[in-house]
Design a protein around this ligand. Structure first.
Ligand SMILES: C[S@@+](CC[C@H](N)C(=O)[O-])C[C@H]1O[C@@H](n2cnc3c(N)ncnc32)[C@H](O)[C@@H]1O
Length: 209
């Protein structure tokens, strides 16, 4: 089905997430910020994670500068240190190039994600910047490249008992910006009850209004 059809009814809101119980797992999400600055796009993704997981379940690491620290403190716990210098027990790195897929049977207390925007073709940056530098187990979420917020959402769903094969996705999102122009966002988006799971403000950022 054409993803444009969803555009009028797409955003799940805060109470939808509460009803779906996405944040009610014991697992906490650690986002190691790896981009050179906090892009608007990254902030929108991080806010989305905080919205569905709950602020108390989100930890940001490798955060530099007072402004970024202040902004992200509203969304979760903030550490200036990199995850490489911090100790969290029973943690696992979510890495597209990991050999094993995250399963509902895994029982990690912390899932570590790369705070990096996607690239095409993917450059295995998670492997280079995280997995190789941490002596921790790693898991993939299947073969597709997700944005950090979608990866976090998928991981929490798996931890709540839904294996990856049972999660519904829209393969890409086509956003019409004018009569003659469309923007194609080539990432998979989770679908819940016919609605796409995307951050608040996402379409405005994409379309510029
Ligand atoms: C936009 S992705 C970055 C992917 C990057 N291009 C790479 O090659 O690693 C941001 C983060 O989401 C998580 N992620 C995205 N897709 C994933 C997948 N298929 N399996 C596991 N983790 C994934 C990873 O933690 C990754 O660092």
């Amino acid at each position: 089905m054409n993803s444009l059809i969803y555009l009028l009814s797409i955003n799940l809101n805060f109470s939808d997430y509460k009803n779906l119980g996405i944040g009610s797992t014991m697992v906490k999400l650690i986002i190691e910020h790896l981009d050179t600055r906090l892009w608007k796009w990254s902030y929108i993704e991080y806010k989305h994670i905080s919205d569905f997981a709950g602020k108390e379940n989100v930890i940001f690491t490798n955060i530099k500068g007072p402004k970024t620290t202040e902004k992200l403190s509203r969304l979760g716990e903030v550490h200036q240190e990199s995850i490489k210098n911090l100790k969290f027990n029973n943690a696992c790195v979510l890495d597209p190039s990991a050999e094993k897929t995250l399963s509902p049977k895994d029982n990690y207390d912390y899932l570590i994600l790369g705070g990096i925007l996607g690239d095409h073709p993917p450059q295995e940056r998670t492997k280079e910047m995280l997995t190789k530098r941490l002596e921790l187990p790693s898991r993939n979420l299947g073969t597709r490249q997700f944005s950090t917020n979608t990866a976090a959402y998928v991981a929490l769903k798996i931890c709540r008992g839904t294996p990856i094969e049972k999660i519904e996705f829209e393969d890409e999102l086509v956003v019409k910006v004018s009569d003659s122009e469309e923007i194609i966002l080539p990432f998979p988006y989770v679908k819940e009850k016919g609605k796409l799971v995307i951050p608040e403000g996402y379409l405005a950022l994409v379309t510029g209004h």
